[in-house]
Design a protein around this ligand. Sequence first.
Ligand SMILES: *Cc1c(COP(=O)(O)O)cnc(C)c1O
Length: 382
Amino acid sequence: MTEIYFDNAATQPLKPEVLTVMMPYLTEHFGNPSAIYRSAQKARNAVALAREKVASLLNCRPDEIFFTSGGTEADNWALATAFEAHQADKPHIITTAIEHHAVLETCHYLEKRGAEVTYVPVNSSGRVDPEVIREAIRPETGLISVMSANNETGILQPVAEIGAIAHENGILFHTDAVQAAGHVPLDLQTLPVDLLSISAHKMGGPKGVGCLFIRRGVSFGGFIHGGAQEKDRRAGTENVAGIVGFGEAAALAKRDLEENARYVTALRDRLVSRLSETVPDITFNGTGERLPGHVNVTCHGTDGESLLIFLDMQGLACSAGSACASGSLSPSHVLTAMGLSYEDAHATIRLTLSENNMEAEIDEAAAIIAKAVALQRTGAGF
Ligand SMILES: *Cc1c(COP(=O)(O)O)cnc(C)c1O
Protein backbone atom coordinates (compact mmCIF):
# COMPACT_ATOMS: atom_id res chain seq x y z
CA MET A 1 0.00 0.00 0.00
CA THR A 2 1.43 3.34 -0.94
CA GLU A 3 1.10 5.94 1.74
CA ILE A 4 -0.90 9.10 1.17
CA TYR A 5 1.41 11.69 2.69
CA PHE A 6 -0.51 14.66 4.11
CA ASP A 7 2.07 15.82 6.65
CA ASN A 8 4.02 18.25 4.49
CA ALA A 9 4.23 20.83 7.27
CA ALA A 10 6.27 18.36 9.34
CA THR A 11 8.71 17.68 6.54
CA GLN A 12 8.72 17.16 2.79
CA PRO A 13 10.41 14.48 0.72
CA LEU A 14 13.75 15.47 -0.78
CA LYS A 15 13.19 16.58 -4.37
CA PRO A 16 15.01 14.26 -6.82
CA GLU A 17 16.72 17.25 -8.50
CA VAL A 18 18.01 18.31 -5.09
CA LEU A 19 19.52 14.89 -4.39
CA THR A 20 21.23 14.95 -7.78
CA VAL A 21 23.04 18.22 -7.12
CA MET A 22 23.96 17.10 -3.58
CA MET A 23 25.56 13.78 -4.56
CA PRO A 24 28.94 15.04 -5.83
CA TYR A 25 29.46 16.87 -2.52
CA LEU A 26 28.98 13.62 -0.62
CA THR A 27 31.49 11.88 -2.90
CA GLU A 28 34.24 13.42 -5.02
CA HIS A 29 33.99 17.07 -3.90
CA PHE A 30 34.49 16.19 -0.26
CA GLY A 31 37.04 18.90 0.55
CA ASN A 32 36.75 21.16 3.57
CA PRO A 33 35.66 24.57 2.25
CA SER A 34 38.22 26.27 4.49
CA ALA A 35 41.20 24.52 2.81
CA ILE A 36 43.07 25.76 -0.27
CA TYR A 37 43.31 22.83 -2.71
CA ARG A 38 41.01 22.15 -5.63
CA SER A 39 38.41 19.88 -4.01
CA ALA A 40 38.12 22.46 -1.22
CA GLN A 41 37.60 25.24 -3.74
CA LYS A 42 34.83 23.23 -5.34
CA ALA A 43 33.10 22.93 -2.00
CA ARG A 44 33.67 26.59 -1.17
CA ASN A 45 32.26 27.75 -4.51
CA ALA A 46 29.25 25.48 -4.11
CA VAL A 47 28.48 26.95 -0.68
CA ALA A 48 28.78 30.47 -2.14
CA LEU A 49 26.43 29.61 -5.00
CA ALA A 50 23.91 28.07 -2.59
CA ARG A 51 24.06 31.23 -0.49
CA GLU A 52 23.15 33.26 -3.59
CA LYS A 53 20.21 30.97 -4.34
CA VAL A 54 18.80 31.17 -0.82
CA ALA A 55 19.29 34.96 -0.85
CA SER A 56 17.48 35.13 -4.17
CA LEU A 57 14.45 33.30 -2.75
CA LEU A 58 14.23 35.93 0.01
CA ASN A 59 15.33 38.88 -2.15
CA CYS A 60 18.19 39.75 0.19
CA ARG A 61 21.99 39.86 -0.13
CA PRO A 62 24.02 36.64 0.05
CA ASP A 63 26.12 38.11 2.86
CA GLU A 64 22.97 38.39 4.96
CA ILE A 65 22.50 34.59 4.95
CA PHE A 66 24.13 32.54 7.73
CA PHE A 67 23.75 28.78 7.40
CA THR A 68 22.69 26.78 10.46
CA SER A 69 21.65 23.22 11.27
CA GLY A 70 18.01 24.14 10.64
CA GLY A 71 15.10 26.26 11.75
CA THR A 72 15.40 25.37 15.43
CA GLU A 73 19.00 26.53 15.63
CA ALA A 74 18.20 29.74 13.73
CA ASP A 75 15.37 30.50 16.19
CA ASN A 76 17.59 29.75 19.21
CA TRP A 77 20.34 31.95 17.78
CA ALA A 78 18.04 34.88 17.03
CA LEU A 79 16.42 34.93 20.45
CA ALA A 80 19.37 34.08 22.68
CA THR A 81 21.80 36.45 21.00
CA ALA A 82 19.31 39.32 20.84
CA PHE A 83 18.55 38.82 24.51
CA GLU A 84 22.23 38.72 25.51
CA ALA A 85 23.01 41.88 23.58
CA HIS A 86 20.23 43.88 25.25
CA GLN A 87 19.98 42.07 28.57
CA ALA A 88 21.27 44.93 30.70
CA ASP A 89 18.69 47.57 29.75
CA LYS A 90 16.16 45.78 27.55
CA PRO A 91 15.41 42.30 28.93
CA HIS A 92 11.79 42.28 27.71
CA ILE A 93 10.79 40.08 24.76
CA ILE A 94 7.41 40.12 23.03
CA THR A 95 6.30 36.98 21.22
CA THR A 96 3.01 35.16 20.65
CA ALA A 97 1.17 32.27 22.25
CA ILE A 98 1.21 30.33 18.97
CA GLU A 99 4.92 30.21 18.13
CA HIS A 100 6.72 26.97 17.30
CA HIS A 101 8.36 25.30 20.28
CA ALA A 102 11.76 26.35 18.94
CA VAL A 103 10.77 29.92 19.87
CA LEU A 104 8.59 29.19 22.91
CA GLU A 105 11.04 26.86 24.65
CA THR A 106 13.90 29.28 23.97
CA CYS A 107 11.81 32.00 25.62
CA HIS A 108 11.22 29.75 28.61
CA TYR A 109 14.96 29.13 28.83
CA LEU A 110 15.69 32.86 28.60
CA GLU A 111 13.12 33.58 31.33
CA LYS A 112 15.31 31.50 33.64
CA ARG A 113 18.23 33.73 32.63
CA GLY A 114 16.40 36.95 33.50
CA ALA A 115 14.25 37.66 30.44
CA GLU A 116 10.73 38.96 30.84
CA VAL A 117 8.52 37.56 28.11
CA THR A 118 5.04 38.64 27.02
CA TYR A 119 3.14 36.00 25.04
CA VAL A 120 0.47 37.93 23.18
CA PRO A 121 -2.79 36.11 22.41
CA VAL A 122 -4.38 35.52 19.00
CA ASN A 123 -7.98 35.88 17.86
CA SER A 124 -10.24 32.90 17.15
CA SER A 125 -8.97 32.64 13.57
CA GLY A 126 -5.40 32.32 14.83
CA ARG A 127 -4.14 35.76 13.86
CA VAL A 128 -2.09 38.16 15.95
CA ASP A 129 -3.38 41.74 16.10
CA PRO A 130 -0.51 44.21 15.50
CA GLU A 131 -2.18 46.66 17.90
CA VAL A 132 -1.93 44.12 20.70
CA ILE A 133 1.80 43.90 19.99
CA ARG A 134 2.01 47.71 20.12
CA GLU A 135 0.27 47.77 23.51
CA ALA A 136 2.70 45.19 24.90
CA ILE A 137 5.75 47.38 24.16
CA ARG A 138 7.61 48.73 27.19
CA PRO A 139 10.67 50.98 27.42
CA GLU A 140 12.72 47.85 28.18
CA THR A 141 11.50 45.80 25.18
CA GLY A 142 14.56 44.60 23.23
CA LEU A 143 13.06 42.07 20.80
CA ILE A 144 9.79 41.16 19.11
CA SER A 145 9.49 37.70 17.55
CA VAL A 146 6.37 36.74 15.57
CA MET A 147 6.19 33.84 13.13
CA SER A 148 5.37 34.51 9.45
CA ALA A 149 2.95 31.58 9.16
CA ASN A 150 1.74 29.17 11.80
CA ASN A 151 2.71 25.52 11.39
CA GLU A 152 -0.59 24.10 12.63
CA THR A 153 -3.13 26.33 10.92
CA GLY A 154 -1.05 27.92 8.15
CA ILE A 155 -2.42 31.33 9.15
CA LEU A 156 -0.23 34.17 7.84
CA GLN A 157 0.68 36.74 10.46
CA PRO A 158 0.83 40.49 9.77
CA VAL A 159 4.64 40.63 9.94
CA ALA A 160 4.94 43.76 7.78
CA GLU A 161 2.77 45.75 10.20
CA ILE A 162 4.39 44.26 13.29
CA GLY A 163 7.89 44.90 11.91
CA ALA A 164 6.95 48.53 11.24
CA ILE A 165 5.70 48.91 14.81
CA ALA A 166 8.91 47.34 16.14
CA HIS A 167 11.05 49.73 14.11
CA GLU A 168 9.01 52.82 15.06
CA ASN A 169 9.99 51.92 18.60
CA GLY A 170 13.61 51.05 17.85
CA ILE A 171 13.07 47.36 18.65
CA LEU A 172 14.74 44.43 16.87
CA PHE A 173 12.27 42.23 14.95
CA HIS A 174 12.64 38.49 14.28
CA THR A 175 10.29 36.23 12.35
CA ASP A 176 10.25 32.44 12.17
CA ALA A 177 9.49 32.00 8.47
CA VAL A 178 10.14 28.25 8.38
CA GLN A 179 6.60 27.39 7.21
CA ALA A 180 6.22 30.37 4.91
CA ALA A 181 9.50 30.33 2.98
CA GLY A 182 9.21 28.78 -0.45
CA HIS A 183 5.41 28.64 -0.23
CA VAL A 184 4.39 32.31 -0.17
CA PRO A 185 6.45 35.26 -1.44
CA LEU A 186 8.85 36.81 1.09
CA ASP A 187 10.61 39.97 0.00
CA LEU A 188 13.22 41.23 2.43
CA GLN A 189 13.70 44.40 0.39
CA THR A 190 10.29 45.52 1.58
CA LEU A 191 9.62 43.48 4.74
CA PRO A 192 10.81 45.37 7.83
CA VAL A 193 12.50 42.34 9.39
CA ASP A 194 15.94 42.26 11.04
CA LEU A 195 16.23 38.51 11.61
CA LEU A 196 14.46 35.65 9.84
CA SER A 197 14.72 31.88 10.25
CA ILE A 198 14.15 29.30 7.52
CA SER A 199 14.73 25.57 7.05
CA ALA A 200 15.48 23.48 3.95
CA HIS A 201 13.40 20.37 4.69
CA LYS A 202 10.11 22.28 4.71
CA MET A 203 10.62 23.07 1.01
CA GLY A 204 11.93 19.83 -0.47
CA GLY A 205 15.53 20.23 0.70
CA PRO A 206 17.49 18.04 3.10
CA LYS A 207 16.96 17.88 6.86
CA GLY A 208 19.54 19.41 9.18
CA VAL A 209 20.19 22.64 7.31
CA GLY A 210 18.62 26.08 7.42
CA CYS A 211 19.70 29.64 7.89
CA LEU A 212 19.32 32.82 9.83
CA PHE A 213 18.99 36.02 7.79
CA ILE A 214 20.69 38.89 9.62
CA ARG A 215 20.03 42.24 7.99
CA ARG A 216 23.15 44.11 6.96
CA GLY A 217 23.95 46.82 9.45
CA VAL A 218 22.32 44.99 12.37
CA SER A 219 25.09 44.26 14.81
CA PHE A 220 24.57 40.67 15.84
CA GLY A 221 26.95 38.25 17.50
CA GLY A 222 27.68 34.61 16.82
CA PHE A 223 26.05 31.63 18.46
CA ILE A 224 28.34 28.62 17.98
CA HIS A 225 32.00 29.19 18.72
CA GLY A 226 35.09 27.41 17.44
CA GLY A 227 35.96 28.54 13.93
CA ALA A 228 35.75 31.35 11.41
CA GLN A 229 32.99 29.83 9.28
CA GLU A 230 29.96 31.98 8.37
CA LYS A 231 31.95 35.16 8.94
CA ASP A 232 32.87 34.17 12.48
CA ARG A 233 29.23 33.89 13.52
CA ARG A 234 28.53 30.18 13.24
CA ALA A 235 31.52 27.92 13.72
CA GLY A 236 31.82 24.35 12.45
CA THR A 237 32.78 22.75 9.14
CA GLU A 238 29.96 23.49 6.75
CA ASN A 239 27.34 20.86 5.91
CA VAL A 240 28.39 21.28 2.28
CA ALA A 241 26.05 18.75 0.64
CA GLY A 242 23.17 19.95 2.83
CA ILE A 243 23.82 23.58 1.97
CA VAL A 244 24.06 22.75 -1.75
CA GLY A 245 20.73 20.93 -1.47
CA PHE A 246 19.20 23.87 0.40
CA GLY A 247 20.31 26.20 -2.40
CA GLU A 248 18.75 23.98 -5.06
CA ALA A 249 15.51 23.58 -3.09
CA ALA A 250 15.33 27.37 -2.69
CA ALA A 251 15.89 27.90 -6.43
CA LEU A 252 13.18 25.37 -7.32
CA ALA A 253 10.79 26.85 -4.75
CA LYS A 254 11.33 30.31 -6.20
CA ARG A 255 10.86 29.11 -9.79
CA ASP A 256 7.67 27.14 -9.04
CA LEU A 257 6.18 29.22 -6.24
CA GLU A 258 3.15 30.62 -8.04
CA GLU A 259 2.33 27.44 -9.91
CA ASN A 260 2.65 25.32 -6.76
CA ALA A 261 0.56 27.74 -4.71
CA ARG A 262 -2.23 27.65 -7.31
CA TYR A 263 -2.12 23.85 -7.56
CA VAL A 264 -1.94 23.20 -3.81
CA THR A 265 -4.69 25.73 -3.04
CA ALA A 266 -7.00 23.91 -5.46
CA LEU A 267 -6.19 20.59 -3.78
CA ARG A 268 -6.79 22.14 -0.36
CA ASP A 269 -10.17 23.56 -1.41
CA ARG A 270 -11.13 20.16 -2.79
CA LEU A 271 -10.20 18.47 0.48
CA VAL A 272 -12.24 21.00 2.47
CA SER A 273 -15.26 20.40 0.20
CA ARG A 274 -14.94 16.61 0.32
CA LEU A 275 -14.66 16.61 4.12
CA SER A 276 -17.58 19.00 4.47
CA GLU A 277 -19.71 16.71 2.28
CA THR A 278 -18.77 13.42 3.87
CA VAL A 279 -18.01 14.06 7.55
CA PRO A 280 -20.79 15.51 9.72
CA ASP A 281 -20.12 17.85 12.64
CA ILE A 282 -16.65 19.15 11.84
CA THR A 283 -15.13 22.62 12.17
CA PHE A 284 -12.22 24.02 10.18
CA ASN A 285 -9.78 26.02 12.28
CA GLY A 286 -7.80 28.99 11.07
CA THR A 287 -9.70 30.43 8.18
CA GLY A 288 -8.49 33.65 6.62
CA GLU A 289 -5.28 34.47 4.81
CA ARG A 290 -3.15 31.36 5.03
CA LEU A 291 -0.63 29.03 3.43
CA PRO A 292 -1.91 27.04 0.46
CA GLY A 293 -1.64 23.54 1.91
CA HIS A 294 -2.97 23.57 5.48
CA VAL A 295 -6.24 22.01 6.60
CA ASN A 296 -6.82 21.93 10.35
CA VAL A 297 -10.07 20.24 11.23
CA THR A 298 -11.85 19.38 14.47
CA CYS A 299 -13.94 16.22 14.24
CA HIS A 300 -16.11 16.85 17.29
CA GLY A 301 -16.49 13.96 19.69
CA THR A 302 -13.44 12.03 18.49
CA ASP A 303 -9.94 11.55 19.81
CA GLY A 304 -7.33 12.85 17.38
CA GLU A 305 -4.56 10.54 18.54
CA SER A 306 -6.60 7.37 18.01
CA LEU A 307 -7.89 8.73 14.71
CA LEU A 308 -4.27 9.06 13.59
CA ILE A 309 -3.59 5.42 14.37
CA PHE A 310 -6.57 4.29 12.33
CA LEU A 311 -5.68 6.67 9.49
CA ASP A 312 -2.13 5.32 9.47
CA MET A 313 -3.46 1.75 9.25
CA GLN A 314 -5.46 2.87 6.22
CA GLY A 315 -2.36 4.42 4.65
CA LEU A 316 -2.97 8.07 5.43
CA ALA A 317 -0.13 9.97 7.12
CA CYS A 318 -1.12 13.16 8.90
CA SER A 319 -0.79 14.61 12.36
CA ALA A 320 -2.69 15.88 15.36
CA GLY A 321 -1.82 19.50 15.97
CA SER A 322 1.80 19.45 14.91
CA ALA A 323 4.33 16.66 14.55
CA CYS A 324 6.06 17.94 17.65
CA ALA A 325 2.85 17.92 19.72
CA SER A 326 2.09 14.31 18.81
CA GLY A 327 2.87 11.84 21.51
CA SER A 328 2.23 14.40 24.22
CA LEU A 329 -0.96 14.43 26.24
CA SER A 330 -1.32 18.20 26.41
CA PRO A 331 -3.49 19.61 23.66
CA SER A 332 -2.08 21.93 21.01
CA HIS A 333 -1.10 25.31 22.49
CA VAL A 334 -2.04 26.89 19.17
CA LEU A 335 -5.61 25.59 19.18
CA THR A 336 -6.20 26.39 22.84
CA ALA A 337 -4.82 29.91 22.22
CA MET A 338 -7.50 30.21 19.51
CA GLY A 339 -10.13 29.41 22.12
CA LEU A 340 -10.78 25.73 21.42
CA SER A 341 -11.74 23.60 24.41
CA TYR A 342 -9.36 20.79 25.44
CA GLU A 343 -11.89 18.29 24.05
CA ASP A 344 -12.01 20.00 20.67
CA ALA A 345 -8.24 20.50 20.55
CA HIS A 346 -7.86 16.76 21.19
CA ALA A 347 -10.37 16.01 18.43
CA THR A 348 -8.36 17.87 15.81
CA ILE A 349 -6.19 16.64 12.97
CA ARG A 350 -3.84 18.55 10.68
CA LEU A 351 -3.64 17.65 7.00
CA THR A 352 -0.92 19.47 5.07
CA LEU A 353 -0.62 19.16 1.31
CA SER A 354 2.13 19.86 -1.20
CA GLU A 355 2.67 19.82 -4.93
CA ASN A 356 3.57 16.14 -4.60
CA ASN A 357 -0.06 15.29 -3.82
CA MET A 358 -2.74 14.43 -6.38
CA GLU A 359 -6.50 14.89 -6.69
CA ALA A 360 -7.19 11.18 -6.39
CA GLU A 361 -5.43 11.15 -3.02
CA ILE A 362 -7.72 13.92 -1.77
CA ASP A 363 -10.85 11.91 -2.49
CA GLU A 364 -9.38 8.73 -1.05
CA ALA A 365 -8.19 10.51 2.10
CA ALA A 366 -11.58 12.14 2.67
CA ALA A 367 -13.25 8.74 2.41
CA ILE A 368 -10.78 7.23 4.88
CA ILE A 369 -11.32 10.08 7.34
CA ALA A 370 -15.12 9.83 7.02
CA LYS A 371 -14.91 6.12 7.85
CA ALA A 372 -12.58 6.65 10.80
CA VAL A 373 -14.73 9.39 12.31
CA ALA A 374 -17.94 7.40 11.87
CA LEU A 375 -16.39 4.32 13.48
CA GLN A 376 -15.15 6.30 16.44
CA ARG A 377 -18.41 8.13 16.95
CA THR A 378 -20.48 4.97 16.94
CA GLY A 379 -18.10 3.64 19.56
CA ALA A 380 -17.39 0.65 17.35
CA GLY A 381 -13.69 1.25 17.92
CA PHE A 382 -11.14 0.14 15.39
C1 LIG B 1 9.73 22.91 11.39
C2 LIG B 1 9.68 24.23 12.06
C3 LIG B 1 10.77 24.68 12.82
C4 LIG B 1 11.97 23.84 13.08
O1 LIG B 1 12.80 23.69 11.94
P1 LIG B 1 13.85 22.47 11.90
O2 LIG B 1 14.66 22.75 10.67
O3 LIG B 1 13.05 21.22 11.81
O4 LIG B 1 14.68 22.56 13.13
C5 LIG B 1 10.69 25.94 13.38
N1 LIG B 1 9.61 26.71 13.20
C6 LIG B 1 8.55 26.32 12.46
C7 LIG B 1 7.40 27.25 12.28
C8 LIG B 1 8.55 25.06 11.87
O5 LIG B 1 7.49 24.68 11.16
